[in-house]
Design a binder for this molecule. Structure first.
Ligand code: G16
Length: 548
């Protein structure tokens, strides 16, 4: 097979964000666009980690969205041309993000390439994305993503080989040039890992009774995983996994498990005679939503409840060294960590910040408000793992999920929480709003806004305790005298304009006030947040586009 070096002009817009590079499919399909990013990644690794991909094993898989299989073939040819010795690929080019992380770790691979734009819509008019995961199985740290970006700016050619497409629908090993391509079952290693973490016998017992769950795979990558694990291994009723066939356009839906896009699931749970427990995962299987018969359990509460109940899980039977949450996630887990006498770390948004704490053994459990929960079993957040954690908990406590939530609030108090997103706003206007707040920070303490008096304000900066690296400008934090909190930050994952996120939380110790609607409980704070940032005036929106 002939090796080729194809000349190329750089694409200046290839800066990887929170989760790699995400763009419209049409952008990725421009001549040489995908290739430029992949070649830059390969070229950047010697600078960033001291070694290149030559002679190494790499893992490849994606969430099955439009362009997934085409991209897999392009990437495999480029891996072969760049001297990779062995490529491990999920059948049909599929691997959930946590399963890719698990395989990288199990096979001690050098790294992996994940083709996904996570929860963003798919199809020819949707989004595509690429991210590089390092040898620990986690998202590339900044020293790698910065090096990739530098290389994208002056790349002049990419390397590939002349070869036809490989049959990725068949398990087995095929040579591609001097490289070996191993097509593996995307579910097998992951399912085996889950059985080492949770008490599957206990969960099987639960399903033998009258207990029913509904898992919505949203036509994304977790369908085959959910069928295999819930229905075949754990004995849940056939049909437990709905929308379980991965589709390239996710059935025209938005594969984002939140109350807006998973409204059907919430409807089913809150209707008399419906299932006892519900859950959903996103495009690439790393996010989770869990739903009791009283509606969705907020990701921040879920993290706190899992931390408080970790002792029920075999994997955590010797306790937790510490936990972590991203800064905008509610402080519910902090209260549990304090009661358990363990450390609680507050990190910037982005799973990679948890990775170094997990690698160093400082924490074993972590999560974020954006529907991500995970542990030291892989280095990505893990949707199905979170659902299994809840099932193991329900099986151990033999109480309904809503009772476990109410009991938690009784013990620790309730942190009312909501996120208001202003999507697709003008990027310059959104940046001006954040800069204005940043400049105002020193003068905010003591100032009144609506019914609140500001006690403290800062622009969140983080020092990684493992290597001392400092990350600045991670969001404006405002804490009021009665300990309510407002956070403003711009999303790092959108593909159109900017998304302003406003995070609201208020603590309520009084049990008789735990059953309020979160929107009602947070309305005065939401008004204060809009007023303080002058949102309507600065970005021209009087209402958020999504309330999560
Ligand atoms: C990614 C990151 C998460 C982050 C989320 C939202 O998740 O891995 O750590 O919380 O984006 O980020 P932002 O608020 O900047 O949009 P995913 O599921 O999109 O890969």
């Amino acid at each position: 097979m002939r090796a080729l070096s194809v000349p190329i002009t750089p694409f200046p817009d290839q800066r990887p964000g929170t989760s790699g590079l995400r763009k419209r499919v049409a952008v990725f399909r421009q001549q040489g666009y995908l290739e430029a990013f992949i070649q830059s990644t390969f070229d950047a690794l010697p600078d960033a980690v001291g070694e290149g991909v030559g002679g190494k094993t790499l893992v490849l898989g994606g969430d099955g969205r439009f362009f997934n299989t085409e991209a897999a073939q392009i990437i495999l040819r480029m891996m072969a041309a760049n001297g990779v010795a062995r490529a491990i690929v999920g059948r049909d080019g599929l691997l959930s993000t946590p399963a890719a992380s698990a395989i990288i770790r199990k096979q001690q691979a050098f790294g992996g390439i994940i083709m996904s734009a996570s929860h963003n819509p798919g199809g020819p008019n949707g989004d595509f994305g690429i991210k590089y995961n390092a040898a620990n199985g986690g998202p590339a740290p900044e020293r790698i993503t910065d090096a990739i970006y530098r290389h994208t700016q002056h790349l002049s050619a990419y390397r590939t080989i002349e070869a036809g497409d490989l049959p990725l629908d068949r398990l087995g090993t095929t040579p591609l040039g001097a490289m070996t391509v191993e097509v593996v079952d995307p579910v097998a290693d992951y399912a085996e890992l889950m059985q080492r973490i949770f008490d599957f016998d206990r969960i099987r017992d639960l399903f033998r009774g009258s207990f029913h769950i509904r898992f919505d795979a949203m036509h994304a990558v977790t369908g085959p995983y959910a069928r295999a694990i819930f229905e075949h291994i754990l004995g849940a009723a056939p049909g437990t996994a709905v929308n379980a066939q991965p589709l390239t356009d996710f059935g025209g839906h938005h594969p984002d498990p939140n109350p807006t896009y998973a409204a059907d699931l919430i409807g089913a749970l809150t209707t008399a005679g419906g299932p006892d427990f519900g859950a959903a995962s996103d495009g690439d299987g790393d996010r989770n939503m869990v739903v009791s018969r009283q509606g969705p359990i907020s990701p921040s509460d879920s993290l706190a409840i899992l931390t408080a109940n970790a002792r029920h899980i075999p994997w955590f039977k010797s306790g937790l060294p510490g936990v972590a949450r991203s800064m905008p996630t509610s402080r519910a887990v902090d209260r549990v960590a304090a009661a358990l006498g363990i450390d609680c770390y507050e990190t910037p948004t982005g799973w990679k910040y948890f990775g170094s704490l997990l690698d160093a053994g400082h924490i074993a459990l972590c999560g974020e408000e954006s529907a991500g929960t995970g542990s030291n079993h892989v280095r990505e957040k893990d949707g199905l793992w979170a659902v299994l954690f809840w099932l193991n908990l329900l099986a151990a406590r033999r109480e309904p999920a809503e009772a476990i939530v109410a009991d938690h609030w009784r013990q620790y108090g309730r942190d009312y929480y909501a996120r208001h997103d202003y999507e697709g706003v003008d990027a310059d206007a959104a940046n001006r709003l954040i800069h204005r707040l940043r400049d105002a920070v020193p003068g905010l303490p003591g100032r009144r806004v609506g019914a609140f008096t500001i006690a403290a304000a800062d622009d969140f900066a983080y020092t990684d305790p493992t290597d001392g690296s400092v990350t600045v400008h991670q969001g404006i934090r405002i804490v009021t005298e009665d300990d309510a909190r407002i956070v403003y930050r711009l999303s790092g994952t959108g593909t159109e304009g900017a998304t302003l996120r406003v995070y609201l939380e208020r603590y309520e110790a009084d049990e008789s006030r735990h059953a309020l609607d979160a929107a009602v409980a947070l309305a005065p704070l939401a008004n204060a947040a809009a007023e303080l940032a002058r949102i309507a005036e600065m970005v021209g929106r009087s209402q958020p586009s999504v309330v999560a």
